[in-house]
Design a binder for this molecule. Structure first.
Ligand code: GLC
Length: 542
């Protein structure tokens, strides 16, 4: 495979064939409502993203992934879609979406959009019609309740956000009716993928956006569309805590792969190597690898890496398992440390000690960018943003915050709008306020404050991405561990060495090579040696 080519000006006209651009692409996640606000209403939007594309071009990313901007009542930050082909007025217009895609392509940045196929919004015309007893009912999961009067849910499944995964309907005559399934909020009824109309509709939705030039889809809940036959009880509570460690009758069922294969065939009818990326919480690296078999999707987020603690041995185990599993099906591994659903990694690694968290986050970024495969960055990690852990309850919007016994409900803390400048009502996010309050110290972390400052996190990311592009030994390909002491991760690739000191004491490295980039200052040791401080990662040319 050739090294990452310069992206064509317009991937829609790129010659077909196999550049495999996605195998080692650095893809930047834009959480649209929190990226940049062009009209001062406090919510980020598509023109805001377009205006800030130069930031992404200067960072050196290959592609951007945009979270849902479709027409939606916003019960779950847009993951409750009422019209898959329309842009929500909150975020702009369809023309804004097309202009954003075109402008990104002009800058050599590919565009991936979210598709949400597991559920619609309760406001989707299909679900409205289904509630009115229309034939669209078969496109969702309606079941009679248990108990003498159907007053109990059809089974014991729990919503990922907490509480039962079923809500009882009211018949048009006002009497209590059947229940419907929603693995997430009640406003997100699950679609029934046994109904051919659902398949046909999503084929059409994918084509709609492919025809507008998108380079791929991040597939929301790609592990959820198929439910086990008969929808059996699980017989255990706190099911949300089992996600990612065991197969549940509503997640990671083998049947989902048939859908992904069909989507791959559809993607392959377009030129320019359009990709599918699975958001799949699978219980093991092996099960995750099934999503990226040669005739399925191109990438799957590696959540085992994301959830791994700051521990060299644990990280090495995850890295080995991930590479072995994806390698067994010929796919690249896709590394990720943060996204809009989890506590930012700076805070995961450092708790309230932001300085320690930042040291580790910077080191983790270098580790991740040195590993073979593709990398996803979450907006703001290039600024070293911590989680905002002290948001007042009154401003929280995460639907799981309002339900119990599910996710922790604290996903707002990683969604606080970005600071772009040290001044302004929302630190350059927009001319108005921001839909979640930004901490005052974020002015210091704004992009403008870090621009050109040699030891800033922004400049570290820029440098790492530049080196990654220039060094033929980085990106896709192989790596080999060097023997190393406890607390160290040390590996080589073609002409390249990466050393992470995840331990608590500095480590002397004799002649590691020529320093390319380091997450903290590396001091001279005896002779040609150097001292790598704790919580530091360095890249060397060898
Ligand atoms: C995915 C999204 C998350 C959303 C959920 C339901 O996990 O990343 O934000 O709440 O799906 O659509």
């Amino acid at each position: 495979m050739t090294r990452r080519p310069t992206p064509p000006t317009d991937p829609r006209t790129a010659p077909s064939g196999s550049s495999g651009w996605w195998r080692d692409a650095v893809i930047y996640q834009v959480y649209v409502r929190s990226f940049a606000d062009s009209n001062g209403d406090g919510v980020g939007d598509l023109p805001g993203v377009r205006e800030r594309l130069p930031h992404l071009a200067a960072l050196g990313v290959d592609a951007v992934w945009l979270t849902p901007f479709y027409a939606s009542p916003q019960a779950d930050g847009g993951y409750d879609v009422a019209d898959y082909r329309a842009v929500d007025p909150l975020f702009g217009t369809l023309d804004d979406a097309v202009e954003l895609i075109d402008r990104a392509h002009e800058l050599g940045i590919r565009v991936i959009v979210d598709v949400v196929p597991n559920h619609t919004s309760e406001q989707h015309p299909w679900f409205r019609a289904a509630l009115a007893q229309g034939p669209e009912r078969t496109r969702y999961h309606f079941r009679p309740g248990r108990g003498t009067d159907g007053e109990l849910p059809p089974n014991d499944w729990e919503s990922v956000f907490g509480g039962p995964a079923w809500t009882r309907t009211t018949r048009p005559d006002g009497t209590p009716g059947d229940w419907y399934l929603h693995l997430f909020a009640p406003q997100q009824p699950d679609l029934n993928w046994d109904d051919p109309a659902v398949h046909a509709e999503f084929d059409s939705v994918l084509r709609f956006w492919l025809d507008r030039g998108v380079d791929g889809f991040r597939i929301d809940v790609a592990h959820g569309m198929v439910k086990a036959a008969g929808m059996p009880d699980i017989g255990a509570r706190e099911q949300a805590k089992m996600i990612g460690s065991q197969v549940l009758p509503f997640f990671d069922q083998d049947g989902v792969h048939t859908i992904h294969r069909a989507w791959r065939r559809l993607l392959d009818t377009y030129d320019g190597e359009r990709i599918g990326v699975a958001e799949a919480w699978a219980p093991s690296a092996e099960r995750l690898a099934l999503y990226v078999r040669p005739d399925e999707l191109h990438q799957a987020f590696n959540f085992q890496f994301l959830t791994c603690p700051w521990d060299a041995a644990a990280m090495r185990t995850v890295i080995d398992a991930s590479l072995a599993a994806t390698g067994s099906v010929g796919a690249p591994t896709t590394w990720v440390l943060s996204n809009h659903d989890v506590v930012r990694h700076l805070t995961r690694y450092g708790g309230d000690d932001h300085a320690r968290g930042l040291r580790r986050a910077r080191a983790a970024a270098l580790l991740m960018l040195a590993l073979p495969g593709s990398t996803y960055l979450y907006q703001g990690e290039e600024l070293g943003l911590p989680e905002v852990s002290d948001l007042p309850d009154a401003v929280r919007q995460d639907p799981s915050f309002f339900r119990s016994d599910g996710q922790d409900g604290l996903r707002d803390g990683c969604r606080v709008p970005l600071p772009w400048t040290p001044e302004g009502p929302s630190y350059g996010f927009g001319d108005g306020g921001s839909w979640l309050p930004q901490p005052e110290e974020w002015k210091r972390l704004s992009a403008a404050a870090q621009q050109g400052v040699a030891d800033s996190t922004l400049e570290l990311y820029r440098k790492a991405l530049t080196v990654r592009k220039e060094l033929p030994g980085l990106g896709d390909g192989a790596m080999r561990w060097r023997p190393s002491a406890d607390g160290l991760l040390d590996f080589v690739r073609d002409g390249f060495r990466c050393t992470l000191n995840a331990g608590s004491a500095p480590v002397e490295l004799p002649s590691p090579g020529r320093l390319l980039v380091a997450s903290a200052e590396v001091a001279d040791g005896p002779g040609t040696g150097v001292v790598l401080p704790a919580d530091t990662c360095a890249w060397w040319a060898i």
